[in-house]
Design a protein around this ligand. Structure first.
Ligand code: SF4
Ligand code: SF4
Length: 182
């Protein structure tokens, strides 16, 4: 049986009614994650993306979540306060059916890391830069089951294998490894 332990769970509450679609959150996130830090910004590399439909006054900030190797069957529509939303609009997955939450050069999945830094930021950057107060940072203590989490490198490898096939990835790894040793 999995052991339980206390953990601080960090979340960001999104108020879609307050979001005006300015995309400052995307700029701040991509700048924070550029290398070296703050050396550039490109919303395509952001771990938060704003689903925008200005003509229908729809702006939904969505955080990148887990990598999904296959697209799901979700094609439902939701009507909230008279506005119709596609099910995908709220989904956080980096999945094959859309372009968001993928590193544009490598195609590797992107995931929100709550702006992990040393020292820890008081609030994640997207929250700090959202002047419309659509994003609120919250922390709570929860009892969670200890599970074995895949490391980022494993998630990246899995997505490369899905994209290029096992043999091609292994060939490339062997070639790089041989050139590093030589
Ligand atoms: S910064 Fe705030 S208001 Fe602007 S797009 Fe992002 S969530 Fe919406
Ligand atoms: S919390 Fe940090 S990593 Fe996550 S979306 Fe916001 S700026 Fe990006």
């Amino acid at each position: 049986m999995a052991e339980k332990k206390k953990k601080i769970v960090k979340t960001i509450k999104v108020d879609v009614d307050k979001c005006n679609g300015c995309r400052a959150c995307e700029v701040a996130c991509s700048a924070f994650h550029s290398a070296p830090k703050y050396s550039g910004n490109n919303p395509a590399r952001s771990r938060i993306r704003v689903i925008r439909e200005p003509l229908r006054d729809i702006y939904i900030p969505v955080y990148a979540g887990e990598y999904a190797s296959a697209e799901c069957m979700g094609r439902d529509k939701y009507v909230i306060d008279g506005k119709e939303y596609e099910e995908c609009a709220f989904c956080r997955a980096s999945c094959p059916s859309r372009d968001i939450f993928k590193e544009p050069d490598s195609g590797l999945p992107l995931k929100c890391d709550m702006c992990q830094d040393d020292p820890t930021l008081e609030k994640p950057l997207c929250v700090q830069w959202c002047l419309a107060d659509a994003l609120t940072y919250e922390e709570r203590e929860e009892e969670v089951e200890e599970d074995v989490k895949l490391e980022d490198v494993e998630i990246g490898l899995e997505s490369m294998i899905d994209k290029y096939g096992w043999e091609k990835v292994m060939d490339t790894v062997s070639r790089i490894s041989a050139s590093k040793k030589g």
